[in-house]
Each structure stands twice: as C-alpha cells, then as structure tokens.
Design a protein around this ligand. Structure first.
Ligand code: DX5
Length: 220
C-alpha cells in the first residue's frame, strides 16, 4: 500500500505559516491538509483562498483543501486559482453533490467527498466512480486535538471494500485524532492517507514524528 502523511496546518503557528509549510516539506510530508471552516457548517472559523495562495509559492507538495463550508460551489474556483490540488467537501453542505464534484474537476482539481462520523456511506452509491478521494472524519469537524472515534474503523474497512470493487485509484483519507500510536490500526482497517495536526505540530520535531509514523505503517 502506498501510504501518505498529510499534516493539517490547523495546528501550525499561523504567525510563521510560510516557514511552517517549508519545514513540513523538508520533514518528509506527502501533502498539506488545509482546513477551511466558515463558523456556519462547523463551529469554528479558519482560513480562505487568500491564505492558500500565500503558502502556494512556499511548496511543491500538493495542497489538500477540505471545505467545511456551506454553501460549497461559490468558493471552489477561488481555491483552484489559489493553487489547491485536491478539494473535498461534505455532501450535507451541497445542494447538488454531483454538480459540485463536476465543478471541482472542471477547475482542474481532484475531487473528494468527506464523511462525518455519523454520515452514512450511501452518498457514495452514485458518486464513488467520480471521486479521487474519500475522507472519513474520525472526529466531529471543527477543532484539532480531539479524541479519535474508534467506531469509525469498520466504516474505513467498508469504504476500502467499495474502492477495491470499483477498480479505480481512489485515496482513502482519515482525519481526526491520528497519532503515531494508532496509525497502524487505522491503516490495517484500510486507510492509505493520514491527516495529522496536533500529533505533528505538538511534537516539536516534525521529521522524527513523520518518520515514526512511517515506521509503524511499514509494519502493517
Ligand atoms: C478537524 C480538522 C482536522 C484537524 C486534525 O475538523 O478537519 O484536520 O486539524 O487535527 P488532529 O490531528 O489534532 O486531530
């Protein structure tokens, strides 16, 4: 399995964001997870296309934008112009999920669908064939540093089965409470892309933490 580590900059020092993302790239990250919150769909307010555009020149890595906003379509093109490579959104936040997926692709980005812990996988029934990424939240979205919700593990396994049946290359990303100590269990359930915020930024040594996570993944 080709595993990817995606640090979530929600836990970064925003006063030094350019330096922080350069440090993540040097530390061996595979992509940068960019959490967009609107204090409407989720109870927190973070960053927009302006900040995405500001970090773009500091990075060669893909920028993985998670839109926790409602509505969704209005802001997609702005993030694409700002240098996003992947854009994912929550199906509950879009009136027309198929249209939003098509819009993300028309803007030249890879498209992903995000599932909160209680969101049913039925949304995949008529969309999986059009997706590049499925993101399963293992916390209720809105904040970093929350506890991993283990009841999502069987859901990861079910999505892995669906992806294998589809025969397509679709990334299976997990986000929320991912740590060096639980990453192997999450990978064993079927995930291949791991968002981690507080585990990396709270460690003070980004490279050592990413190496430790990879060492656990190598044993899966
Ligand atoms: C939460 C965000 C996550 C968060 C992860 O809503 O979507 O990306 O930053 O942070 P940790 O790894 O600390 O749970």
């Amino acid at each position: 399995m080709n595993y990817r580590i995606a640090p979530s900059i929600l836990s970064a020092d925003f006063a030094r964001l350019g330096e922080e993302v350069r440090a993540l790239e040097a530390a061996g990250a595979d992509l940068i997870h960019f959490d967009v919150m609107d204090n409407h769909y989720v109870p927190n307010l973070t960053v927009g296309p302006l900040v995405c555009g500001a970090i773009r020149p500091h990075l060669k890595l893909p920028i993985d934008v998670q839109l926790m906003v409602k509505p969704v379509d209005r802001i997609v093109a702005d993030f694409a112009k700002a240098g996003a490579n992947l854009i994912s959104f929550h199906p509950e936040a879009s009136e027309h999920v198929d249209r939003t997926i098509a819009l993300i692709r028309e803007c030249g980005c890879k498209a992903g669908l995000v599932f909160n812990p209680a969101t049913p996988l039925a949304w995949l029934d008529h969309t999986l064939e059009k997706l590049d990424l499925v993101l399963l939240m293992t916390v209720n979205p809105g904040f970093g540093g929350q506890q991993f919700i283990a009841s999502v593990l069987p859901k990861i396994a079910e999505v892995r089965r669906r992806i294998e049946r589809s025969g397509r290359e679709i990334w299976l990303e997990v986000d929320g409470g991912v740590k060096t100590d639980n990453i192997a269990e999450i990978a064993a359930a079927g995930a291949d892309t791991f968002v981690a915020g507080s585990a990396i930024f709270g460690s003070g040594d980004y490279a050592a933490t990413i190496r430790a996570m990879r060492a656990r993944l190598a044993m899966v």
